[in-house]
Write a protein that binds this ligand. Sequence first.
Ligand SMILES: [Zn+2]
Length: 112
Amino acid sequence: MFSKNRIEFEKKTVTKMIQFYCKKLHHPKDSPFCPECAGLLEYSHRRLDKCVYQNDKPACSKCTIHCYKPDRRQQIRDVMRYSQPRLLLRRPHLVILHAIEGLFNRKGKKST
Ligand SMILES: [Zn+2]
């Protein structure tokens, strides 16, 4: 029961993020998603269905098993990078956590 909810929650989250990203950047006309994003969405849902953790699933960003193909992984990272901070703005308590996390991350960031 719980495992199903966990996966369902992840699916809802990823759907929201892709939808937001696609709407803002791709402006699909006849459907909520452009073909590219619809493909990514379907792919990410399939990965969740096959997630080896199921019951004990951590957040995908913290997962040590990278189950996405490299090109799909790049796509979903772009989506996350765009949608996450913008969707977080609607949940102030998460923004604070995010900001704190960002401070720590910046300190340890490698210069390129
Ligand atoms: Zn799109």
